[in-house]
Design a protein around this ligand. Structure first.
Ligand code: SF4
Length: 417
């Protein structure tokens, strides 16, 4: 029976998967072939990527306790996939956080056990290079041990041009003020044919690469990302992965790769420009699996974006080549404003439950993938640092009855202890 299953895999796909498992580098053409795998080819791809993940990272699944802080949503770049940006005169929805507001969010993060804050914002035309440094200085003056992961290459491009400094000197100036790592966002698809449609005003591929290499060159590491499920074709994804792999061979500066599925509901790219409505479940899993097989052994951390996928598909992705569940986030606006509905916060204890449900071992990590704690025994888990949730059980009495029996305090509207 099993022989029948495996013999149903196309010979060329079988050969590519064997090569990848033997540690041979896949070519972009091979990645393109695997990105089109269906049926038994798809199942074989997922199984091979899961095996590769096991060999590369074992059974640990990591996550980081972090808080997102978006300091402004004012932005005039005009990316067609963005539902987050606002005009500065939008009295109701535009915001521009003061240092006090940013510090209050840092305080909340620290109270909830965060080791990292991820700080990004729109490209506000009134800000300059000094503004980006001042935020770092303000945070570090109060929270010197908090890791600051901040400023996409788009923000770096904007701030660097205002600075008049040499690029590496500007980046070092930020590192000296407390910048720890950089998000490798604003990558979308690193192919100007696609970028010119997605975001004609955004930095081009060459500039993205220049900024990332300059950052890695001074020891400022970054993540790497890709946005898929819109107007791209498999060849664009394959080219993007190839470019990231080449950068990693040269610099070793990427901490992880994070494929980001396109969220389509509230933006022009889908509603006016005719993009696909985000990836299918199969596409999501193929993307993770191909990333694992293509990027090994150069980038070994493949991260699931639970904000884009949700928890259950995230669990499946962890069985298709991924080894990292990302961050708790605590607050998330960018995907939510485009229509994502998987929530804004995944508490650490929720990560641990989800990871154990698929038979793996939860590991809290730092931004740079050092282990904070490995949670082998659930009985030794620490108590939650999350604020207590108020359980609202108002509604028809027939819904309340069993819960009243189970927990009278919660049924009366008291905070769940
Ligand atoms: S994706 Fe970023 S750069 Fe583009 S419009 Fe939105 S906030 Fe601005």
């Amino acid at each position: 029976m099993f022989d029948q299953l495996t013999s149903a895999v196309s010979p060329d796909v079988r050969s590519l998967l064997e090569d990848a498992l033997e540690g041979k580098e896949l070519t972009p053409a091979s990645a393109e072939r695997l990105l089109g795998a269906h049926g038994m080819d798809f199942h074989a791809l997922i199984a091979a990527a899961d095996l590769a993940r096991q060999r590369d990272c074992g059974d640990d699944v990591s996550y980081v306790v972090c808080r997102n802080i978006n300091f402004t949503n004012v932005c005039y770049v005009g990316c067609s996939f963005c539902g987050f940006a606002r005009h500065r005169d939008d009295k109701e929805e535009a915001f521009d956080r003061s240092h006090d507001e940013i510090l209050a969010k840092c305080q909340d993060a620290v109270k909830r056990g965060a080791t990292e804050v991820c700080i990004q914002g729109g490209i506000h035309p009134n800000k300059n290079h000094q503004h980006y440094r001042d935020i770092l200085t303000a945070v570090k003056s109060v929270y010197p041990n908090l890791h600051i992961h901040a400023y996409s290459p788009e923000e770096m491009d904007f701030a660097h041009k205002k600075s008049g400094m040499e690029l590496s000197s500007y980046l070092r100036w930020l590192v000296d003020a407390g910048l720890g790592t950089m998000p490798g966002t604003a990558a979308e698809i690193l192919d100007d044919e696609i970028r010119d449609i997605l975001s004609p005003n955004k930095l081009k591929t060459d500039r993205w690469v220049e900024i990332i290499k300059a950052a890695h060159g001074i020891g400022l590491r970054s993540t790497s990302t890709l946005m898929y499920g819109h107007i791209e074709e498999p060849r664009h994804i394959a080219g993007h992965l190839d470019l990231l792999r080449e950068i990693q061979k040269e610099t070793g500066g990427f901490t992880e790769f994070v494929p980001l599925g396109f969220i389509h509901e509230r933006n022009l790219l889908y509603n006016l420009l005719g993009a696909r409505p985000g990836p299918s479940m199969e596409e999501d899993l193929r993307m993770i699996a191909v990333s694992r097989l293509f990027l090994r052994p150069h980038i070994t951390n493949i991260q699931v974006s639970w904000v884009k996928m949700g928890h259950k598909l995230g669990q499946m992705a962890l069985c298709a080549g991924a080894n990292d569940f990302g961050g708790t986030l605590m607050e998330e606006s960018i995907s939510r404003e485009s229509g994502a509905d998987h929530g804004e916060n995944t508490p650490p204890e929720e990560f641990r439950r989800l990871i154990r449900e698929i038979g793996r071992i939860p590991v809290e990590r730092t931004t740079l993938y050092d282990t904070v704690r490995r949670f082998e025994d659930p009985a030794l888990d620490p108590p939650s640092k999350e604020p207590a949730q108020v359980v609202d059980l108002s509604g028809p009495a027939r819904w309340r009855k069993p819960l009243e029996n189970a927990n009278p305090a919660a049924a009366a509207g008291a905070p769940a202890a």
